[in-house]
Design a protein around this ligand. Sequence first.
Ligand SMILES: Nc1ncnc2c1ncn2[C@@H]1O[C@H](COP(=O)(O)OP(=O)(O)OP(=O)(O)O)[C@@H](O)[C@H]1O
Ligand SMILES: [Mg+2]
Length: 521
Amino acid sequence: MTEEPRSAEPRSPAAAVQLMNVGKTFDGVRVLRNLDFSVARGSVHALLGGNGSGKSTTLKILAGVYAADRGGTIAVHGRLHATDSYTASTARRSGLRFVHQDLGLVPDLTVSENFALEGGYPRLAGPAVSWRRLHRSTRQHLDRAHVDVDPRSLVRDLRPSDRTLVAIARALRDSDGGSHMTLVLDEPTASLPRHEAEILLEAIRGCQARGQTIVYVGHRLSEVLSIADRISVLRDGVLVADSPAADLDEAGIVTLMAGQTPATRGGEARRTAVGETVLKVDRLTAGPVRDVSLHVRQGEIVGVAGLLGSGRSTLLRAIFGQAGVEGGGIQVGGVPVAHRSAAAAMRCGIALVPEDRGADAAFPDLPLWENISATVIGRYWAGWRMARTTERRDSARLMRTFDVRAASPDVPFATLSGGNQQKAVLARWLRLDPRLLLLDEPTQGVDAMARADLHAAIREHVAKGNAALVVSSDFEELEALCHRVVVIRDGSCVAELAGAELTEAAVAGLTQIDRSKGPLT
Ligand SMILES: Nc1ncnc2c1ncn2[C@@H]1O[C@H](COP(=O)(O)OP(=O)(O)OP(=O)(O)O)[C@@H](O)[C@H]1O
Ligand SMILES: [Mg+2]
């Protein structure tokens, strides 16, 4: 069913996608209001906003995953659809293709098999699969999208930027490179180091050069400004700006997202008084980690840089008792430790905020307040009924302190926006007051305002005489946050940077991507 838009805005014939009076209410809470914006054909259009402002919800409405409230209109290439009749198949038929943040690839299958998951397997006579035809057709799709990856490789073995490129090539598989396609990307560079992100941005520019339209959501404003033609900004579900990218700069965008000129938050990595050694890692070997030595003292934030697959996360997990140690030793507070479980590591005052919040760090179906309190449950044990009230009230206070945006502490954790899940998990661990805080990608997917707040919270924690070891793909973050940075390549320490030598460019130079070396694991 189609109908005329109720919005006063006329529909624009040059628009690939146009939203008119689109809104969304979840369980009585309105998260998007009267959204009106238009994406010009052949443009790169960025949709920006703070965590929980409604970006992913907007994209899911466009994908037909969520039905918008009645009364709005979605136009694709000039064809009007009432929101209550717009479905996933409308989106697909209209040429919209989506790459969601989790990419939707199966790591243990080959690139070809991942293509076949959506497009089906070519058959020989009978049920036998023609692998040759499958690899050949996948090769053609990859070539068309200018992706240089072997269709027979396992997705797990690909470098992260290549995984994203494969997901894009798969999304565009039936597009014959045509200009009627619109590619919609939700935070495609969130887990990529900046130099890897550049490969992806170049591929997006290539799609645009072929006449395709791109809708792009991201939190890294410098990247957004380098590819976007036009920028729309959401704040609390309301469109607050829609203008050519050339008219905006990073500071202006942050002000629009926050609704005010943000006070200088976070500040620089200040010199703090450095005390006793909290962590000493001596010639540690564990999985991909080879012979790594480092130490972290009270009052210090030490960064670990390296490409994904260089062993950074394994290093943190080994210190937290979650990865088998094959050689070398770990000391905490001068005492040798050989933790075999996270519980043992926690008793020693260590906390780990893992990279994969959804899978490793949270109980998605439990209310937010229980997720914030899960690690301190023991404190509330006595008098269960009474304790739950106290616990819920404390969690509500933590939500305010860490600016975790959710309708209430009672909503399931899974309904929080990506960045708000991140803030909630960090709040929970800081609450334990660990003397050694291990952080894996602490601000991935977090908006610019909250990022500064989280940095400030980490600094404050360390200034009290604690220590932090931080893994980040974002070298700008390492420069801003850390007192020292250890660079790991192929599982071994290759350099340490501090003081004036510690710059984003120096870290990027030392991690070095060598594309001739083949896939990383
Ligand atoms: N399935 C759901 N049920 C209830 N509320 C939801 C659901 N999905 C999203 N929300 C709420 O809608 C609001 C917007 O969320 P959305 O995921 O669109 O934010 P976002 O702009 O993508 O944020 P981020 O930058 O953190 O990814 C949030 O308050 C979120 O809690
Ligand atoms: Mg989102």
